[in-house]
Write a protein that binds this ligand. Sequence first.
Ligand code: MIC
Ligand code: SF4
Length: 641
Amino acid sequence: MGMTIAQKIMKAHLISGDMTPGSEVALRIDQTLTQDATGTMAYLEFESMGIDRVKTEKSVAYIDHNTLQCGYENPDDHRYIQSVAKKHGIWYSRPGNGICHQVHLERFGVPGKTLIGSDSHTPTGGGLGMLAFGAGGLDVAVAMGGGAYYITMPKMLKVNLTGALRPFVTAKDVSLEILRRLSVKGGVGYIVEWGGEGIASLSVPERATITNMGTELGATTSIFPSDEVTRAFLKAQGREKDFVPLSSDPDAVYDRIIDIDLSELEPLIACPHSPDRVVTVASVAGTKVDQVCVGSCTNSSLFDMLKVAALLKGRTIADNVSMSVSPGSRQVLGMLAGSGALGDILGSGARLLECACGPCIGMGFSPNSGGVSLRTFNRNFEGRSGTADGQVYLVSPETAVASALNGVITDPRDLGDMPSVTMPDAFMIDDTGVLPPADADAAKALQVLRGPNIKPMPEGVPVGDEIRAELTLKVGDNITTDHIMPAGAKILPYRSNIPHLSQYCFGVCDPTFPERAKAAGESIVVAGINYGQGSSREHAALVPLYLGVRAVVAKGFARIHAANLINAGILPLTFKNPDDYDRLAQGDRLIISGIDEGMVSGEITLRDETNGACAELVCAFTERQRAILRCGGLLNYTKTL
Ligand code: MIC
Ligand code: SF4
């Protein structure tokens, strides 16, 4: 039987397991990446494993999230990451050098290799034919130490593209179209493979926009073939030697196939507060806009920026709009400056922000009260912009510019003819923003520099045979990690300080939760479907652990978050009958007993002591996961090996 691209890469990296959907497979990891908001924790975990040098082919530590430096916290963390990277064999991408996914695509990504990153948008590398996964920091630490990465073997979904995009319709609209069709949970349990004759007209950065937003579908990852388009991109980056062709076999079998005719698409927009609330731009045209942001790991490539510059050239943004542009990397910014395109952007009245995540994660540039913000980003979860009642819409760069110029949501096709944008044959190569690690001998003498913001990690609690605890929080469907552990300029600097972070846990849902959880001692959280969607931040598990959460009972979990809960030693349990969710009330006393046996049989009963109700729960774990839970988390488990 023929194989898909993902299956071929998996087979070449398989350490153990059976590649049938639903079984656990262990994969060898070639490359890792971290960013600073999850990186401090990942490197603390790596250090605690006592391994001198990373065992991967390439590991890179990026600083791109926490670049505001409003006090000592961020610069101390940067200094820690820089020193730990130099000592342990990791490349260090300095603050200002760019967003991890954009820089990794430009300078380090290699088709056919495996990559895990402590950021959920790591599948951006799939645009280059990498098999790239977002993971918790601890999984990345283990991979740096040479350990396998474990996932449940996904099913295969093929998206067949035909035709070609019309002017003003973009790769972002392709992402929004698939989200419109499948929703934020439609990709759960799948690897999405993009193919068909339509892909030939999509450049690597456009493909990367699409694989980047596969994360919003809940997909395990997304991937494109590696073809002549890939070769041309690598050649322009001075890396043609990294090119290898990759395609699926003609008789590869997919569990699901979706067809999209690119020539039928039109400009789309995701309305507040979910990336799948997609409608046509035309249907909401005329809505007043307060803010427009171009950038993020979804839309910050040179191609995107050149289009933005060409459309802004000689025009001025509307008085009621504040517009920001954050190029994805120093390479992009340097080339914009060199070509004069930067002058066209600035001449329009737009503000230039640093090459970093910035407004995407609420690090500055929040909208005004109730403000409508159009963003070329990938997430518009409630409160994420830093303004609780901000109304964030997700759009393409073309729609962003058209709306900034008119001051109201505007279909970009109203701008007339799309100016032609020519991509250079060679990119500006300047790797001075990336510092190499010290060699193994020199590294021995190096000190790791720690600041006072680094506080001890919470101790994992071994899962015993019974949990008796209060149901301290009951939440609904599609709870994101931004609900569980918000980010933003005020909170993000404390990613290595769990006690401080804990004050904000579930702040979007119920600000009284931290106090109540602490008072309860041990507790259980109950949730609806797709619990923990969004970010890979393991803080969304570590902080609840610190607050005494011992189990989360949900109608369903997002993949990375479920893994992070197990890694933290918190039991993720699923309702067998989703209606039982309605029988449990916040404040009830719950008993989950017979856990030892339940973890083997895969089923367990929850009893509600307060109202006498019972609910059957799925408690299916692999042997390795059971061992991790019994040790009180992956870190404790790793020490037993
Ligand atoms: C995000 O987009 O939510 C983040 C911030 O990049 C996160 C990582 C984090 O929380 O640090 C992600 O996507 O994993
Ligand atoms: Fe950064 Fe936003 Fe991309 Fe997350 S989604 S990595 S915050 S740019």
